[in-house]
Design a protein around this ligand. Structure first.
Ligand code: MLT
Length: 249
């Protein structure tokens, strides 16, 4: 049977698929702006692992298992504060520029974001879940070529309940790199979207949705360019059975 490549373009798609489960698939999750870009940046800078949580209370509860962990994430793009969490100031927001070696080396980071961590958790019935963005795209493609099974599902985390262009572009760029999989229409849609935009990804991203919102905020603008850097981190990352995202070995 041919290997098939599918892209889930929006939160509605992956939440519906979650009901059925992903037992037959290897998943690759993209939240280019910014959750998966943050995880790859943090791992590159020495973080021990990221624990993606769907909501703030779950993140706080998980810390009892990792008392030395940092708490991270965003709501409305900004670091979670005491008013939102019932009294706890989170240590980090969701800007990749915060995840410096000084702050993250050796640390477990429990994180909850609006879409990225939800998308990762939606896939946790899959036998393997990779965490991807532009910065580790080729390394992810290489890992998949060696390790992925028949059905590969690229999951676009989206923004709120909507599809996000930057995630479709990331998934499309990966479709372009992967040979040997038969592309379903969703994968062809993502690939063609990427091919049409690849000459100037930044313009495509900052003129739409989430990219436009981040670009309009002076403190967050630089994140967009950081999150679009291509292949600066030569490793794949995987969500393990213990719920922790680590570098693939
Ligand atoms: C998310 O998970 O929805 C994003 O990463 C949001 C953000 O960084 O602003």
């Amino acid at each position: 049977m041919a290997s098939t490549l599918e892209v889930l373009l929006s939160p509605a798609d992956y939440q519906a698929r979650r009901q059925k489960g992903f037992a037959d698939a290897v998943c690759v999750v993209f939240d280019v702006l910014r959750a998966t870009s943050v995880m790859i940046e943090g791992l590159a800078n020495g973080a021990a692992g990221f624990v993606p949580m769907e909501d703030i209370s779950e993140a706080l509860a998980r810390r009892t298992r990792h008392p030395d962990a940092l708490l991270a994430g965003e709501r409305n793009g900004l670091r979670i504060n005491a008013a939102q969490s019932g009294g706890v100031e989170f240590n980090l927001g969701n800007s990749p520029r915060e995840y410096t070696p000084e702050r993250v080396r050796g640390r477990i980071i429990i994180t909850t974001t609006t879409n990225g961590t939800r998308a990762l958790r939606a896939c946790d019935s899959a036998p393997a879940v990779a965490v991807a963005t532009f910065s580790n795209l080729t390394a992810t493609a290489d890992w998949l070529a060696k390790n992925a099974s028949r059905h590969l599902v690229l999951v676009c985390a989206g923004t709120g309940e909507s599809a996000a262009l930057e995630d479709v572009l990331g998934a499309g760029a990966l479709c372009e790199l992967l040979a040997g999989w038969a592309r379903e229409d969703s994968a062809e849609i993502a690939r063609r979207t990427y091919l049409a935009a690849r000459g100037d990804l930044l313009s495509a991203v900052i003129n739409n949705g989430n990219g436009k919102r981040l670009w309009a905020q002076p403190d967050l603008r630089e994140d967009v360019e950081v999150c679009l850097r291509r292949d600066v981190h030569p490793f794949a990352a995987l969500l393990g059975p213990d719920g922790i995202v680590r570098r693939a070995v």
